[in-house]
Write a protein that binds this ligand. Structure first.
Ligand code: SAM
Length: 350
């Protein structure tokens, strides 16, 4: 196993592109937002009405207009009609199959590209495509946790044969709008069962960190290994908790009608006490023109890139490399490194 060494500059894709830093120390109990807690025409939902007053001073004046409104609804209200109420974890709800789904990725899947536009991933996607091309195989690629299908769309445009899976029906619906039907399906990575099907499996933006333990991760990576053809490979983008910045990051994006700075996205990551490889991720999405806002908080696990590399080795992979970023600099200080690894065999088969 080898680790390529390098620089710590572009440690996180969103921060490196348009992210701006806000006040440090995102407090889990106090939302960093200036929501007006009133009901009305608003369509947004929020689960913590008391947070507004305590935290309003944390944001700059430019963070939003006085007209932004919200209402409070119980966690678990779901536009998709497939969930059945709150779980023991705040901001998660369950689908009919019993799987906990993050609201950000399901109920709000149709807003994902608004707060995290595909242009943010441009360099990461180019890095992945270049890596796949360097394997000199015809490329049948599976994107695990494909989200809205932005990477798959690019891979398709680059002549690749593409498939995607995602645990969230909301994300799969969004991906279908991009890619048509029968390209993506609702499936958890823990349930992947294909054999010798793909030349490449990619899993970007920390999807792999929804494995809840290293045991589960080895099993998932073994499923990836089995699903790959000989000589195929994986590209994973992993959260590395030790390198999480204390600052809250901020992105402002155009609204659905192109209105400048209409969408505000705040995000922060912090390590729970005494946990070296977990991250509590918090996100605040607000769209002024749509009158929407939501807060999401959930845990990311197995957030140690070197431990993930060891798991990949246990699952059978070889030539395992860790990179700090799309620039292929060696892993040293990144929050969001890439792992690239291969399955033995192959040699130009189709
Ligand atoms: C941060 S998003 C990344 C989406 C996409 N890969 C991207 O780069 O834009 C994480 C995705 O992982 C999906 N996800 C979460 N747990 C999963 C699981 N167990 N199996 C498959 N997908 C999962 C979520 O629904 C979400 O779409």
């Amino acid at each position: 196993m080898s680790y390529v060494r390098g620089d710590w500059a572009l440690r996180f894709r969103a921060a490196a592109s348009t992210g701006r830093t806000l006040a440090s120390g995102l407090d889990a109990g106090r939302l960093p937002c200036r929501f007006l807690p009133c009901a009305g025409e608003a369509t947004g939902v929020h689960s913590s009405p008391g947070a507004y007053a305590a935290t309003r001073s944390r944001l700059p004046r430019s963070a939003g207009g006085q007209g932004t409104r919200m209402e409070h609804a119980p966690v678990g209200r779901c536009g998709s009609g497939t969930c059945c109420g709150a779980t023991n974890r705040r901001s998660l709800h369950r689908h009919a199959c019993g799987i906990a789904i993050m609201r950000l990725f399901d109920e709000f899947a149709h807003r994902y590209d608004l707060h995290t536009p595909p242009v943010h991933y441009q360099h990461d996607h180019d890095f992945v495509l270049e890596t796949l091309r360097s394997w000199s195989m015809p490329c049948h690629v599976l994107d695990v946790g494909c989200g809205t299908g932005a990477f798959l769309e690019k891979a398709l445009r680059n002549g690749m044969h593409v498939r995607g899976v995602d645990a969230s029906p909301g994300m799969v619906r969004e991906a279908e709008k991009r890619l048509g039907r029968d390209v993506v399906r609702v499936q958890r990575m823990q349930e992947l069962e294909e054999q010798s099907t793909y030349h490449a499996i990619v899993s970007l933006s920390w999807t792999i960190n929804y494995c809840e333990s290293y045991t589960e991760l080895v099993d998932v990576l073994h499923r990836f290994y089995q699903a790959l053809r000989p000589g195929g490979g994986v590209v994973l983008q992993i959260a590395h908790a030790k390198h999480a910045p204390v600052e809250v990051m901020e992105d402002r994006e155009p609204g659905p009608g192109g209105q400048p700075e209409d969408v505000l996205f705040l995000y922060g990551f912090r390590r729970p006490p005494n946990q070296l490889d977990e991250l509590e991720a918090q996100y605040v999405y607000a769209c002024k023109s749509l009158g929407e806002m939501m807060h999401e908080k959930h845990l990311l696990h197995v957030a140690d890139a070197r431990a993930v590399a060891s798991c990949a080795q246990k699952a059978g992979f070889k030539d395992i490399q860790l990179f700090d970023s799309f620039q292929r600099n060696a892993f040293s200080g990144a929050l969001s490194p890439f792992l690239v690894a291969r399955k033995s065999g192959g040699g130009g088969e189709t």
